[in-house]
Design a protein around this ligand. Structure first.
Ligand code: SME
Length: 158
């Protein structure tokens, strides 16, 4: 289940506080993954980063079961968010053509692109064991956090 409006508000404030004054990309994405994952019952929360040299997504900081290390263009929900630069809300991953099943327990998924200087640099991926766990309300609630990440991305040290 996603947090309700008030819980999301508290969660986003906590997340923004975690980012304050910290220039490490890895530390920030790791703590955000932990804060989001442990705030509720989501199965997996993490980031995939755009690897420009290989034109792939590579696994970044996450919380949850071991996941696929690399994701390729044209296949899966994360790649769709990357390639279209739009959030992907997938109520039933088994019906998403090309879905990459890193965990058999995932039934629905939300992937939000993170953009910097006009291009997608990463995606935030949230997986749930429930079907239909996400809606546009989640995208809206997470927006201030995504914007904070986008605003700091170029100042953060990889
Ligand atoms: N399901 C994703 C792959 C990443 S895992 O869910 C952690 C996809 O189809 O892109």
């Amino acid at each position: 289940m996603s947090p309700n409006k008030a819980a999301y508000k508290t969660l986003i404030s906590q997340c923004l506080a975690l980012l304050e004054g910290e220039p490490s990309l890895v530390a920030n994405l790791a703590n955000l993954s932990a804060a989001l994952k442990h705030s509720n019952g989501w199965h997996w929360v993490g980031f995939y980063l755009v690897d420009d040299a290989r034109d792939e997504l590579v696994l970044g900081p996450f919380q949850g079961p071991v996941a696929c290390t690399r994701l390729h263009k044209g296949k899966g929900v994360c790649a769709a968010a990357w390639e279209t630069a739009t959030a992907q809300i997938v109520p039933n991953v088994h019906e998403f053509l090309g879905h990459v099943a890193c965990s058999n327990d995932t039934n629905s998924e939300l992937v939000i692109p993170v953009q910097s200087r006009g291009r997608v640099v990463a995606v935030l991926d949230i997986d749930s064991v429930e079907f239909d766990a996400f809606s546009s309300s989640d995208v809206e609630a997470l927006k201030p956090l995504i914007e904070a990440i986008e605003g700091s991305w170029n100042q953060w040290e990889a």
